[in-house]
Design a protein around this ligand. Structure first.
Ligand SMILES: [Fe+2]
Length: 349
């Protein structure tokens, strides 16, 4: 009989490098030549931002944030192991990695047989510095589940969702972009190994900025791309996923992966710090399992708040609303200087 577990976490790259490297987004933002002069002086920052930066340029805040979030990763992993799924479905954004100018699907189910990635390979024989001290040629192998992914897509089409799918990568040759790969690295933070087959479910979160900004922080002076799928549509897709899996023979963990508002997407704050207030409003709704509130949010509101990646969480919100599950918050960590606010949560009957 089908069983479903819901999990939500972040795939923020900030947990890959050691905190002592101080590769914090605030320093990248300070290098932005378009940043208003007054914001270069911490005395003009919002007070919580100044406090977070502290006397050590954010180091102790970074260590504390990591401790809380990694603790959250461990709790999710414990829950996942106790649940012992047949496979996991991960909603994550494709940030101009697998999908580029030649096609941008709103959603795509990756029905791969297996994935092989070297996340710390710099491509020129070097190693990307990482907290695990793993060399650049460290290879992570993940099984897919093509049969289940095909059945999921078939079920979605029968539910009236015209779903795209892929059997092999397009541009992301290792098979997995940062959203899915970081999630897997973090859910195995203690390197116990990972045996659960993975079905990546990519979402075009970056919408009007996906090609224009190459999915990143750099702003190119080009026309905006069309928007990504609306919160309402993401929730409808999530709900349909839940209905299809409920009628399947599988035990499945549904995982939404992303940080919430991103500094580099929040134009109204000069792309310097995220929209903490909007995230707090979404957090209150999530905490109360008021998923319906999310379906009333427009894509313009999402883009104004720099919450593009929250669309991944909209998918799981739709699924949990359909299943009538409740939110169990593991932690919620706000940050002005590490690019984004981060939530870790579980969803259960
Ligand atoms: Fe992302």
């Amino acid at each position: 009989m089908a069983e479903i577990l819901g999990l939500g976490l972040t795939h923020s790259p900030s947990f890959i490098k050691p905190d002592e490297e101080k590769d914090y987004s605030v320093f990248r933002s300070l290098r932005n030549p378009n940043l208003p002069e007054e914001l270069r002086n911490p005395s003009n920052w919002p007070e919580p931002m100044r406090i977070e930066f502290g006397e050590d340029e954010g180091l102790s805040s970074a260590i504390k944030a990591r401790e809380r979030i990694v603790n959250g990763f461990r709790k999710l992993r414990e829950e996942l192991d106790a649940f012992n799924p047949d496979f996991v479905v991960i909603w994550g954004d494709d940030q101009y990695e697998n999908f580029k100018e030649d096609i941008i699907p709103p959603f795509c189910v990756m029905a791969y047989d297996e994935m092989e990635c070297q996340p710390f390979n710099t491509g020129d024989g070097g190693t990307r510095l990482n907290v695990w001290n793993e060399p650049g040629d460290t290879t992570f192998k993940y099984q897919g589940n093509r049969t289940a992914a095909r059945a999921l897509v078939r079920g979605l089409i029968e539910e009236g969702i015209d779903m795209s799918y892929a059997y092999k990568p397009l541009h992301e040759q290792g098979g997995l972009g940062h959203a899915i790969l970081n999630t897997l690295l973090y859910l195995d933070y203690d390197r116990k190994g990972w045996d659960y087959p993975v079905v990546p479910f990519l979402v075009n979160c970056y919408g009007s900025r996906v090609v224009r900004n190459r999915g990143g922080a750099v702003q190119y002076e080009e026309e905006f791309d069309p928007p990504g799928p609306s919160p309402k549509r993401c929730m409808e897709v999530g709900a349909a996923v839940a209905r299809v899996l409920k009628d399947s023979p599988y035990r499945v963990a549904l995982i939404a992966s992303s940080s919430w508002s991103h500094a580099f997407l929040t134009d109204k704050h000069h792309r310097f710090y995220p929209d903490v207030d909007s995230d707090r409003a979404r957090f209150e709704e999530l905490k109360d399992s008021d998923f319906a509130a999310w379906s009333r949010i427009s894509i313009d509101q999402i883009e104004d708040a720099g919450q593009q990646e929250l669309l991944n969480w909209m998918c799981i919100a739709g699924a949990m609303q359909e299943l009538d599950y409740k939110t169990e918050v593991v932690d919620y960590v706000e940050s002005y200087i590490f690019n984004s606010n981060k939530c870790v949560a579980m969803f259960k009957p």
